[in-house]
Design a protein. Structure first.
Length: 321
């Protein structure tokens, strides 16, 4: 009798199949990860577009001005207000610490922030803290139950303590992903009347405690509008790619449309949206009017002086954090 032979895979054939499957997975995973990132960018752009509509709705009820939380200047009773690198102000940010009441009383709130202006949409019920989180970032929304009782984003997500403001060594990177046009100073305030090509909000920039870019300088003169996107990664938002390797940012324009762009040079006149123009009005030692190079590089926001704490011209986008 003829022996019946059993059919099946040999060990070598099985290993070959496993190797092929592993190779296919290694090829497909980056594509899937890329597809997820692109989907997150779409969601991020939708968030920004929704914010833009909220800002416009707010403006229709407030003399065409986008939110500017009190106090709306660089000083209170001639004392300087430092609003960089933090949310809230030292001493707490509950309803009992109403900045308007403090302003009337003459109290100097030395720890102001730009994010407090975006919080106005939350405070007035126009949106929720979740709308200020980019899905590509590691940030988490504030989960406070009574947002109208507060005046700014907290230092950490879910922080409902009395002191919601930033303190030395702290970070508020976990509760807000976007930056806002600096509304302080005489020029460049966000309104419905500005040049519609201006960027008035975007993914948070590369500078400051919020974005962890504490040691980052302004872009060097070697970078130009025509430089490759890879050369600009260090100066992009960290939301889409991480600190120092940002692939770009979603930008909200004055006409309320939002789009993802691979370089921060997207404003009026080759403007870097994360730095201030160098101009003779703000920087007296500068000779001549702002050149394209000074708009691309500009002055990074910091605490070295008030010249760098406000837009230099009415078409100067200066988005922070």
């Amino acid at each position: 009798m003829r022996r019946k032979e059993r059919s099946g895979f040999t060990l070598i054939e099985l290993l070959v199949v496993v190797a092929i499957i592993a190779l296919l997975i290694s090829i497909l995973l980056p594509s899937l990860a890329r597809a997820r990132e692109l989907a997150k960018r779409t969601t991020c752009a939708a968030n920004m577009s929704g914010m833009g509509k909220g800002f416009y709705t707010y403006a229709t009820e407030n003399a065409d001005a986008w939110p500017v939380a009190a106090p709306n200047s660089l000083t209170i009773n001639n004392a300087p207000v430092n609003y960089w690198d933090q949310t809230g102000y030292l001493g707490g940010d509950t309803a009992a610490c109403d900045p308007v009441a403090a302003y009337i009383a003459g109290t100097v709130m030395s720890q102001m922030s730009v994010t407090r202006n975006m919080w106005q949409l939350v405070k007035t019920g126009g949106t929720s803290p979740k709308s200020f989180i980019c899905p590509s970032s590691s940030d988490s929304p504030d989960v406070v139950d009574n947002p109208a009782d507060f005046w700014d984003f907290p230092a950490t997500a879910g922080d409902m303590s009395v002191n919601r403001g930033w303190t030395s060594g702290g970070s508020n990177e976990s509760c807000v992903s976007y930056g806002y046009q600096v509304p302080y100073g005489p020029k460049g305030r966000p309104t419905t009347e500005v040049d519609q090509r201006m960027a008035l909000a975007a993914d948070k920039g590369p500078y400051g405690i919020v974005s962890k870019g504490l040691g980052l300088t302004a872009p060097p003169a070697s970078l130009t509008v025509n430089s490759a996107p890879d050369d600009w990664m260090k100066y992009n938002s960290p939301n889409h790619g991480g600190i120092g390797s940002g692939e770009g940012q979603v930008v909200l324009y004055a006409d309320s449309h939002a789009e993802f762009l691979p370089k921060p040079i997207v404003g009026v006149g080759s403007d870097n949206i994360y730095t201030a123009w160098l101009t003779t009005s703000n920087f007296p030692n500068l000779v001549g009017n702002p050149s394209i190079a000074s708009r691309i590089g500009g002055q990074r926001p910091d605490q070295s002086g008030t010249n760098s704490l406000m837009p230099s011209e009415n078409t100067d986008s200066l988005i922070y954090p």
